[in-house]
Ligand binder design. Structure first.
Ligand SMILES: [Zn+2]
Length: 67
């Protein structure tokens, strides 16, 4: 039986016996926050790019100055 350690090389806290994750609670919550932040940032980019694309599309399609 070997003591499991957190996979984070900077952390390496001993994990409780039977712990089902490779990272300790601390690292897991930190990772979750990073993913949340990255997700929000990615979503912001998608919304920005999507909004621009929609604007470009509508400008191209709905052009009141068509002659
Ligand atoms: Zn850890």
């Amino acid at each position: 039986m070997s003591q499991k350690l957190c996979k984070n090389k900077k952390c390496q806290r001993p994990l409780p016996e039977g712990y089902k994750y490779k990272y300790c609670e601390h690292c897991r919550s930190e990772r979750a926050q990073q993913i949340k932040r990255a997700g929000k940032a990615a979503l912001g980019v998608v919304v920005m790019v999507g909004g621009t694309a929609v604007t470009v599309l509508t400008k191209g399609k709905i052009n009141p100055n068509k002659k």
